[in-house]
Design a binder for this molecule. Sequence first.
Ligand SMILES: [Zn+2]
Length: 164
Amino acid sequence: MSIHGEHAQAPAARVYISGPISGALDGNRAAFGAAESLIKDCSHIPVNPQKLDHEHEGPCRGIRNVRHADDTRPEPHLYGCYMAPDLRALLDCDMIVMLAGWTGSRGARLEHDVADACGLDIVLPSQYLPGALRLWRENRLAASLRRPAVQDTQDAMAPVVDNV
Ligand SMILES: [Zn+2]
């Protein structure tokens, strides 16, 4: 039994973490890790693109990645090798959290716009992430409580009045 067992029945959001990676010292791992821990502590499911599998069949695609100037390690893949699996993972998420500095990252701006177009909840660095996660859960619970009423014929025929 985990310490979060009391939330076992509560719906959990899949939350994609988006922020600058290329060009950030050590790939911005500390910021991604901190967000991941916070999402877990709130009993939701973090999706950290830095931990996704970017190995693939066939040739690498896209432009060459730019690392931070202090980082001389060889980059194993091209830009598209990272973006394609990251965007696929993003589309399975309910929410995206933008890390500080995201507007300076081409990839993060792209992820933000995809999330926006696809109707994911977006949490900006200025917003309180635990509060956004709690609101998501309350809304999801409220929606699930309304659902049985729709099975009643009269309710199903009634005009939809939705204040959420
Ligand atoms: Zn590749």
